[in-house]
Design a protein around this ligand. Structure first.
Ligand code: PHE
Length: 351
């Protein structure tokens, strides 16, 4: 190139850029670099030639040449980095394909969810509907409409967590529901018989926790109301449930118990699935041969009246069980606190 004519290097710059655009590998880049910046390179020549220029041009030509030199040095370096960094990765990969993979941990259902689903399945297969209700409940539904008036001693059975509503006198007392039974009332108020429904849900009690008591747990309530429902229906339904949950051999035992919203009330037990109700019993059944699984009874006529049903026409039964207790029995879990202490070693066993 005639540097006398292109003493500012403008033409050189344009040509070099065109050439640079065609470079496709490191070898070509090295070649380009030496053509331009090497000992005999065009930019080197351009700079050398500045001394031969008329003195009034030297300063500007020198400045220009220097800018061109820096421009190409940077351009070449950038491209060089591009090539060498990918080359380096290919020959020395940072990803080691021979390493064993890291397994992604799966979430799983909580054991309470698992057992609630099992219980729900047994009852829905028998034709029950499914409903849910509020966990923060009115005193009226948790107690009064269930035949437990204010100041009735039966309230002692359900030591309670109250929600502070003292700031607003118009609001009725609210509490964290102590059982799912208030849903009996809510459902009966909303519809006419026939009713056949189960209601799983969280319940809360003011408890000192120990191996068999939690302050928060899950219950499954059941309610059947229609014309001509008798204690025989209650017995056969719950026996069927016990056999589905604990094995076809199971027998159910019904003994008198007191709940203000049922009459008669019963405590339902099954013969021990571990020792088959052996006379001497075993640890699971506390050496009695029987395991209590729920409370039940015929819906109290006062409760039916309270929701506007005529107890002369309609009758029904209700039952309520602790979901965790059913899971504990089925899975041989000896401490209810394990359910909510977030120990993955425990929780993972139910996935
Ligand atoms: N709600 C009662 C409890 O929590 C259980 C129950 C439900 C008893 C329905 C009878 C009928 O203890």
């Amino acid at each position: 190139m005639d540097f006398q004519k292109d003493s500012y290097g403008n033409e050189l710059r344009l040509k070099a850029i065109e050439k640079f655009d065609l470079i496709s590998n490191l070898e070509q880049l090295e070649e380009f670099k030496s053509e331009l910046l090497g000992r005999k390179g065009s930019i080197t020549d351009l700079i050398k030639n500045i001394s031969t220029l008329p003195s009034d041009q030297k300063k500007d030509a020198g400045k220009n040449a220097n800018l061109i030199k820096i421009f190409f040095q940077d351009l070449i370096q950038e491209k060089f980095d591009d090539y060498t960094s990918t080359d380096a990765e290919e020959s020395n990969p940072t990803l080691d394909f021979s390493l064993p993979g890291r397994r992604k941990s799966h979430g799983s259902f909580h054991p309470t969810t698992v057992v609630v689903r099992e219980i729900t399945k047994v009852f829905t297969e028998m034709g029950f509907d499914l409903a849910e209700g509020p966990e923060v409940e009115l005193d009226e539904y948790n107690f009064q409409k269930l035949n437990i008036p204010i100041d009735h001693p039966a309230r002692d059975m359900w030591n309670t967590l109250w929600v502070d509503t003292t700031s607003d006198v118009n609001i009725q007392p609210l509490l964290l529901r102590t059982h799912t039974s208030p849903m009996q009332i809510r459902l009966m108020e909303k519809q006419n018989p026939p009713i056949r429904v189960i209601v799983p849900g969280k319940t809360y009690r003011y408890e000192a926790t120990d191996a068999t008591h939690e302050w928060q747990f899950c219950q499954v309530e059941g309610l059947v109301v229609d014309k001509g429902i008798t204690f025989a229906h209650l017995k056969s339904t719950l026996e069927e449930f016990a056999q589905n949950m604990f094995g076809q051999k199971r027998k159910a035992r019904f003994r008198c118990d007191f709940f203000p919203f049922v009459e008669p009330g019963a405590e339902v037990s099954i013969d021990c699935f571990k020792c088959d109700g052996d006379r001497d019993g075993c640890k699971v059944c506390s050496f009695t041969g029987w395991i209590e699984i729920m409370g039940a009874g015929m819906v109290h006529p006062e409760v039916l009246k309270g929701v506007g049903y005529d107890p002369e026409i309609y009758s029904g039964f209700a039952f309520g069980m602790g979901a965790e207790r059913i899971s504990m029995l089925r899975n041989g879990i000896d401490d209810v606190r394990l359910f909510y202490s977030n120990d993955l070693r425990f929780l993972k066993q139910f996935s």
